[in-house]
Design a protein around this ligand. Structure first.
Ligand code: TRP
Length: 327
């Protein structure tokens, strides 16, 4: 029997190459080895300000991107968090075994408070408990996540431990898989790629748009003139090369940059070409899926139903363990 895996992405807008190279591309491979459940975690996405009119499109966009990248509904379960009410139900129960102090010290909470002081809602604080519920609801044992999510996963294990100790063994403690490979930043070369920072290449960008964005992207800021040698190791675009270019090209670019043999613009041209080649099939598949929304909706609904069967069982067991009358 395969081990169960859960991961999810918030539908906060179009998916970008940070999501793709940092998560989904790896998920596609993990589908072979694990019993995978991939969530569109919309209840997480509403903890920050958003426009309700855009949410429907964002959810579809997320599902379509999953599918276009190669998440296969025959192999994996693709589900929408808000269609499986057991997520929020379990989150409530887990709230009652989670000390407030654990949540107050979570780094992402502190960050969001400083970034968004006008909307510090309770959901923002409680975010990691809902995430723990996402994972534990399926008794998942593996969770592929980015580095920034490790504190959340640690907290998930603590919550599982506390629940098990209080009510008897119920949840396995999940372990993380963190993707290897180059980590890419946004086009500003400083921040994580993020829609709100307007520094993304989206999976829906055409080759023309990709070129336009890359041509103005920040490279090694110490390389001021074409004649200056550059340092590929500190250049965000070189990290992108490592993801999409062939070995020989990467070496040519590396040496060319170090010896001022090639300029940033030439380097970017090669990169834009390779990036477009990698993304073009995904973009075409996305366009096709936008034409077949009914199929996409069916996949979301079926996947969520499938997830719900597991979720119901866990919740039944949990309700029994915590002493509720009916379960
Ligand atoms: N917090 C995750 C992120 O922002 C998204 C997420 C929600 C998640 N629930 C999850 C990831 C469960 C893995 C498992 O990236």
């Amino acid at each position: 029997m395969k081990e169960r895996l859960f991961s999810g992405i918030q539908p906060t807008g179009g998916l970008h190459i940070g999501n793709y190279f940092g998560a989904i591309k790896n998920w596609v491979k993990l589908q072979e080895k694990y019993e995978c459940i991939f969530g569109i975690v919309d209840y997480h996405a509403i903890t920050v300000n958003y426009n309700p009119e855009e949410m429907r499109r964002r959810i579809l966009d997320c599902a379509i991107s999953y599918l276009a990248c190669g998440i296969d509904p025959e192999k994996s379960t693709l589900m929408l968090q808000s269609l499986v009410p057991e997520h929020t139900e379990l989150a409530w129960i887990l709230n009652t075994v989670t000390p407030l102090a654990w949540l107050e010290r979570v780094p992402t909470f502190k960050e969001k408070v400083s970034q968004n002081p006008q909307n510090i809602n309770t959901g923002l604080l409680d975010y990691p408990v809902l995430m723990a519920a996402d994972i534990l609801l399926y008794k998942s044992v593996v969770v592929p996540v980015g580095e920034d999510q490790l504190p959340h996963l640690e907290l998930t294990r603590e919550i599982a431990r506390k629940f098990n100790k209080t009510f008897g063994y119920t949840f396995p403690e999940p372990r993380e898989i963190t993707g290897k490979g180059a980590r890419i930043l946004g086009l500003d070369g400083v921040n994580k790629m993020s829609k709100s920072l307007n520094n993304c290449i989206y999976l829906s960008d055409s080759p023309q748009v990709i070129w336009k964005k890359l041509s103005t992207a920040v490279t090694d800021t110490n390389r001021k003139r074409r004649e200056d040698p550059g340092n590929p190791e500190v250049c965000n675009l070189f990290s992108m090369h490592k993801l999409v270019s062939k070995k020989e090209e990467i070496e040519t670019v590396r040496r060319g940059c170090q010896r001022a043999g090639i300029g940033c613009l030439d380097c970017k041209k090669i990169l834009a070409e390779n990036m477009s080649q990698e993304l073009e099939p995904i973009r075409e598949k996305q366009n096709m899926l936008w034409e077949n929304l009914k199929d996409v909706e069916d996949i979301i609904k079926e996947g969520s139903n499938k997830a719900r069967m597991i979720a119901r069982q866990t919740l039944k067991e949990v309700k029994e363990k915590i002493g509720l009358y009916f379960n």
